[in-house]
Unconditional design. Structure first.
Length: 268
């Protein structure tokens, strides 16, 4: 009895992973050997997602399909391994991200994540058409797909790990299995220079700097930010100065406005 795992999204709810069973309504997890699927060695995959449950379910599903996935934490707590150290310790062959994307600070964070290991092939699976957001992801070297089942994810990460994608990508061009890039590039070009520049600046922040900025966007002061992140207030003030410098703004109010400016961009 085979189970089909599919990423689904509802218009009024965040993306979620659904497990759809056979006609009996039940599912049975079997090992890769029992299923007769997956390469004998298994591709090492670093898996990140915008929801913890989605990440855990994808890791479990890919394991049953013969891959060797491990969860990646893009926002490690103070004292935990950085993203680069996590990827190195996993010896990841492919990075996989499952996220609902638009042109906002989430896109900037994903561009930062890819930059932590730019030589690693990255697969970004979106439950909906990411619109303009697909263009800078492709320019950063990622492959963007829409609404993929776990079977398809496993097939694509295997191909990425093997470097086998010449039939679907022109020489020097991006691999675009779902044909999303042409319209994405047009939408990206139609955005204002300010919006594109805001994405670029936000993508230059480190994980710690993004944590501090996120706290400010939520309305926390320096004291509350330090308490929430387990940092000294002096450290938060130092990081805040770094954030303002990288964003090219004079004060924290303008930094918050820059993030809100991106979040107001309609999904294209």
């Amino acid at each position: 009895m085979n189970a089909d795992y599919a990423v689904a999204a509802a218009s009024d709810a965040p993306a979620r992973l659904q497990v759809v069973g056979s006609e009996t309504g039940r599912t049975t997890a079997r090992s890769p050997r029992e299923q007769g699927t997956g390469p004998s060695r298994g591709t090492r995959v670093a898996v990140a997602a915008d929801q913890r449950l989605v990440q855990e379910t994808v890791v479990l599903g890919l394991e049953h399909l013969g891959a060797r996935p491990r969860g990646l934490d893009p926002r490690p707590a103070p004292g935990q391994d950085s993203v680069r150290i996590q990827l190195s310790s996993m010896r990841a062959e492919v990075g996989l991200v499952i996220a609902t994307l638009a042109v906002d600070d989430t896109l900037a964070e994903l561009l930062w994540l890819i930059e932590q290991q730019p030589r690693l092939p990255w697969l970004v699976s979106c439950p909906q058409d990411p619109g303009a957001a697909a263009a800078p992801l492709a320019e950063a070297g990622a492959t963007v797909i829409v609404g993929a089942s776990l079977d398809r994810m496993r097939t694509l990460v295997d191909r990425l790990a093997e470097g086998d994608r010449p039939a679907e990508a022109p020489r020097g061009g991006a691999w675009d299995p779902d044909g999303v890039l042409d319209s994405a590039r047009e939408c990206w070009a139609d955005l204002s220079d300010d919006h594109r520049e805001a994405v670029r600046r936000l993508s230059g922040l480190t994980a710690r700097q993004r944590d501090v900025l996120d706290a400010l966007v939520r309305g926390a002061d320096v004291e509350g930010t330090a308490r929430g992140l387990g940092l000294a207030e002096a450290t938060v003030r130092t990081v805040l100065k770094q954030v303002l410098r990288k964003l090219g703004v004079a004060d924290r109010v303008k930094a918050v406005l820059l993030v809100e400016q991106l979040r107001a961009v309609p999904h294209l």
